[in-house]
Design a protein around this ligand. Structure first.
Ligand SMILES: Cc1cc2nc3c(=O)[nH]c(=O)nc-3n(C[C@H](O)[C@H](O)[C@H](O)COP(=O)(O)OP(=O)(O)OC[C@H]3O[C@@H](n4cnc5c(N)ncnc54)[C@H](O)[C@@H]3O)c2cc1C
Length: 245
């Protein structure tokens, strides 16, 4: 681990120095394994926050009652060693240039923004002109991860926030949980045959994915990544996809 950036009060980006890193695609993740002195091991998945071509980095949100995220966000120091396996995943990925005429809809809940940031950066680095709409649901403005970067997106990218718990004075953006009506206002019309990437806590992802299908998006055009919290986890982690390291 080489450098740490504090993104919000509970979120950190950790740059990883992996000399044998084979490169990654936008949207992939990696697995981090921690081993305690007594041999106890815990392994968790983290999306790769960097674009293809950039050095790998992860962005971790601290869950106060969690096992791994408090260590990564509070105790890990520059120079510490981590055991990492990856890159992993071939489903929740976006390759620039595949089809420039397909607009992208990105929908994030909380730290679900991480793989979507990789996609946004990949778009910029490859000078893609694919039109993008990002809908990002966070509890409050100070919990929006990468806010400065998201606010500086250039032509062709529309960013909408919805703040579900606290809104600053004068807030004119959305202020409720994502539901079918909100998706109907923000999402591309299904007629334009967009490709959607939805990422965040499991219940959030399931609500949004169902809403998009209700709006007429073919299910195959709605790619989902579940971070957990309730229900099933990470349906993009498919047997046999893991790259060994
Ligand atoms: C493919 C994939 C990519 C992921 N990418 C990221 C990422 O980029 N950044 C990131 O911060 N996390 C990411 N996660 C979640 C991450 O793997 C861990 O689950 C998370 O850090 C919690 O681990 P923990 O050991 O601290 O908590 P645990 O000890 O595993 O869990 C503590 C408690 O929190 C609940 N919980 C677990 N995960 C969540 C969650 N996401 N939201 C709310 N409650 C939860 C559990 O049900 C439990 O009650 C990803 C998960 C997957 C499957």
């Amino acid at each position: 681990m080489t450098a740490v950036t504090q993104e919000t009060a509970s979120v950190r980006t950790i740059a990883l120095e992996l000399p044998d890193w084979p490169g990654h695609r936008a949207g992939q993740h990696l697995d981090v394994r921690l081993t305690a002195d007594d041999g106890y091991r815990a392994e968790r998945s983290y999306s790769i926050a960097a674009a293809p071509g950039e050095g790998p980095a992860i962005t971790v949100e601290r869950l106060d009652d969690g096992e791994v995220s408090p260590y990564l966000t509070q105790e890990l120091r520059s120079g510490d060693q981590l055991e990492v396996r990856g890159p992993i995943g071939g489903y929740f990925v976006w390759d620039s240039g595949a089809n420039e005429s397909v607009p992208l809809l990105l929908v994030a809940g909380g730290s679900g923004i991480v793989p979507l940031r990789s996609i946004l950066r990949h778009r910029v680095r490859t000078a893609s002109k694919v039109p993008v709409r990002l809908l990002y649901s966070a509890k409050a403005l100070d919990e929006v991860i990468y806010r400065t970067e998201l606010d500086q997106q250039g032509e062709g990218v529309q960013v909408c926030y919805t703040l579900t718990r606290r809104q600053p004075p004068g807030w004119t953006g959305y202020a409720r949980r994502v539901d079918d009506a909100l998706l109907g206002q923000v999402a591309w019309s299904a007629i334009s045959q967009p490709l959607a990437f939805v990422c965040g806590p499991t219940p959030f992802v399931e609500t949004v994915a169902a809403g998009l299908v209700w709006l007429g998006y073919p299910a195959a055009q709605v790619k989902t990544e579940r971070f957990g919290g309730a229900g099933r986890e990470g349906d993009s982690v498919r047997p046999g996809e893991a790259g060994g390291r």
